[in-house]
Design a protein around this ligand. Structure first.
Ligand SMILES: [Zn+2]
Length: 477
């Protein structure tokens, strides 16, 4: 297969990709990532992320778990309709191996030009015994029946043996063989509990390739968690062993310690492609990209997901952290000024960071404003842009320079919020060197009534939030 250069080439069929000379990027930010504590997004926010993932050119978007809730169903269906265009990514819905889950996932992905059902069942003894209360023959029969059922809705069926990393290998091979025979085109191997080491994960994939008779009829995918900080390393080892789909999330968000970070996988495969090329049957010097990701959209994607989920990116985070391209030491700064490659293994522009950031202020025009918002991942309609621009001018009058954080706050305040349910009518704080910070707050409630309460706190801002929480009845954790 020749390597297309354009970012927007229509994808070949699943059958033609069995001997891939690149990896498919399966983004699960909207499913596994959204399961991070506190990362819940509404339908509009999920749609904004899905649109950005399409610009990033991921191959597959796992948009949610449609059976889980009506909100999840609506999000998957909306994304399938608006982002699942013929040129766009495949839209995938997750389903347990039950008829109800699969049928619901099928309805949710139906509007997509390319739709996938991802079904799963646990295959480790501990999960089968305590969670499923099923025997091995039961699990084999369910796999066969439910993969076949999913196949009756779409040709593109992914099957995951949950907790594969702790499953007995011979049994795992048997389940996988049955899943392929029943029509699964992607086999996803999860390290559900983030327990494996890179060489163990590599061996697991090699074992599957060597022992599942019909394995060449499916793409091997990997899914893993970062409990020991090994998710990305595990995936790269799996790629060397023949995995050709990586399930990952923007900023590595996800259950517990998160998933493998998309941006790290993509840039590792890009920066070190001479090392990885031979594992794809390519000559080391091949310049063909090993993913179809448009790397210049990485930074934007990171910012957008951080904004939508409220999950901050740690400053020292690889690739997209605020310090990832900052040089503090004098020797490094001097070297970088003379030649960037002295201390940089990649160009910041590759991930979409603009070297000469435009500083916005009160004289900035609408075009500069729109450009900077777009760099931050916000593509606004003309009407919303006008609204945000007015607010920007207002703030620029009071502040000399407008930071990215200010811009994100403007968009969040003006555009992304649903109808305001609570209004802050009054805030009064008292604090001092020997005084307990104390705040009194009055809020207008959604029904129009006004409530007042007061609280002490560790500082004035904390006291205000505690008083607000008392009024709106939010538990402090
Ligand atoms: Zn997971």
């Amino acid at each position: 297969m020749t390597q297309p250069n354009s970012a927007n080439v229509a994808q070949p069929s699943v059958q033609a990709e069995n001997s891939l000379d690149r990896v498919l990027i399966f983004d699960t930010t909207l499913r596994d990532g959204e399961q991070s504590p506190g990362a819940t997004m509404n339908v509009a926010e999920k749609l904004a992320v899905a649109k950005q993932l399409a610009r990033l050119n991921v191959d597959i978007i796992e948009a949610g778990f449609p059976f889980a809730s009506p909100g999840d169903f609506e999000a998957v269906q909306t994304i399938a309709a608006e982002v699942g265009t013929p040129q766009g990514p495949t839209i995938c819905g997750l389903a347990r191996a039950t008829k109800g889950d699969i049928e619901t996932a099928a309805r949710a992905i139906a509007p997509a030009a390319k739709g996938r059902i991802h079904t799963f069942i646990a295959t480790s003894d501990i999960h089968m015994k305590y969670k499923l209360k099923k025997s091995r023959p039961d699990v084999l029969a369910i796999t066969e029946e439910m993969v076949g059922y999913a196949k009756s809705f779409t040709n593109d069926v992914e099957f995951s043996p949950e907790d594969a990393g702790r499953s007995e290998p011979e049994f795992l091979y048997e389940v996988l063989e049955r899943a392929i025979a029943a029509g699964a085109t992607t086999l996803n191997i999860p390290d559900t509990v983030g327990y494996l080491t890179p060489s163990e994960f590599g061996d697991l994939i090699r074992g599957i390739k060597a022992n599942v008779a019909n394995v060449d009829q499916a793409i091997i995918s990997v899914h893993g968690h970062n409990d020991l900080g090994l998710a990305v390393a595990n995936f790269l080892e799996a790629v060397k062993a023949g995995a050709r789909q990586l399930e990952c999330t923007i900023n590595g968000i996800g259950e517990r310690a998160g998933n493998a970070a998309l941006e790290e996988l993509v840039m590792a495969l890009h920066v070190r492609r001479q090392y990885y090329n031979p594992f794809f049957g390519l000559p080391p010097e091949s310049e063909a990209p090993l993913t179809h990701i448009n790397t210049r959209e990485l930074y934007k994607s990171s910012r957008l997901v951080s904004n939508m989920t409220g999950m901050f990116v740690q400053p020292n985070k690889a690739i997209v952290g605020a310090n990832a391209f900052a040089h503090e030491s004098g020797i490094h700064q001097d070297g970088v000024l003379k030649n960037r490659l002295t201390y940089e293994i990649m160009d910041a522009q590759m991930i979409g960071l603009n070297d000469n950031l435009i500083v916005l202020g009160k004289h900035s025009g609408r075009n500069a404003f729109r450009t900077r918002l777009s760099e931050l991942g916000f593509e606004l309609s003309d009407q919303n842009l006008n609204k945000a621009f007015l607010r920007f001018k207002d703030i620029a009058d009071k502040k000399k320079e407008i930071s990215d954080r200010d811009l994100e706050a403007i968009v969040n305040d003006e555009i992304l919020q649903v109808a305001e349910h609570f209004k802050l009518s009054l805030v009064q704080v008292s604090c001092g060197s020997n005084a307990q910070p104390t705040a009194t707050v009055t809020m207008r409630m959604p029904d129009g009534t006004e409530l007042t309460d007061a609280s002490i706190g560790t500082g004035p801002v904390d006291a205000i939030y505690r008083a607000i929480n008392r009024i709106v009845d939010i538990e402090m954790i």
